[in-house]
Design a binder for this molecule. Structure first.
Ligand code: SF4
Length: 215
């Protein structure tokens, strides 16, 4: 079986078990998803979802956020990791979106990564979820799971992204991102992967899976 065939088989099984995979961050418009993804860096989606309802009540649009103060933003996100930096990033992002992009969240990678707090991973989430582009965000889960399964190898997220893009059909990229994240979050967890309960264990290349209960 080639790497591409194994990848297709793995994603097919994951999709059978989750036909409509989507982000667990709550949002109703591009601006809200961008805020939520910036807040989610090194923080759980669950915690972000606890904070964003009040945040969006106070700052319902990017134009309103642009006029906000550091203290107001910090107060609303103080329970999130790195609130200091993230408050600065959110205000900087709003400033740039309003001044350079007429208040619209950009739809190109080169423009998105110019926004404070937005790296390649965040930009790819926006491109894929909001604009339906074939962009694959490699976060910590995608990075770990792809290597364990043996469907991509590399030392950096960019290397993993380019390898995955070669073996995943364009029309499957967006769903694959969510499927791999959810598999990493709930089954192939960082410390103790549940190989005994993993639907793709027979296709996985991780040597430790037998120790973890895969027969
Ligand atoms: S068998 Fe174990 S290591 Fe492999 S994908 Fe499943 S949970 Fe992850």
């Amino acid at each position: 079986m080639t790497r591409k065939e194994r990848c297709t088989a793995i994603l097919g099984i994951l999709k059978q078990n989750n036909p409509n995979p989507e982000t667990e961050l709550h949002y109703t418009q591009p601006y809200e998803l961008l805020v939520a993804v910036i807040l989610s860096a090194q923080c759980t989606d669950k915690r972000v979802n606890l904070v964003t309802p009040n945040f969006f009540k106070k700052f319902p649009t990017v134009n309103v956020l642009q006029k906000g103060s550091f203290e107001e933003v910090f107060e609303l996100i103080r329970s999130i990791s790195f609130p200091n930096n993230k408050a600065k990033h959110l205000l900087g992002m709003a400033e740039k979106v309003v001044n350079d992009f007429a208040g619209e969240i950009p739809n190109e990678l080169e423009d998105l990564v110019k926004l404070p707090g937005v790296g390649r991973k965040t930009a790819n989430v926006i491109l894929s979820v909001i604009y339906g582009q074939a962009a694959l965000a490699v976060d910590t889960h995608v990075f770990r799971v792809s290597q364990r399964m043996g469907i991509a190898k590399g030392n950096t997220p960019l290397q993993i992204e380019s390898q995955l893009m070669k073996v995943i059909p364009t029309e499957e990229v967006a769903d694959s991102h969510h499927l791999l994240i959810l598999h990493g979050r709930y089954v192939c967890t960082a410390r103790s992967p549940k190989c005994y309960d993993c639907k793709v264990a027979h296709l996985c290349k991780w040597e430790g899976r037998k120790r973890n209960g895969f027969e």
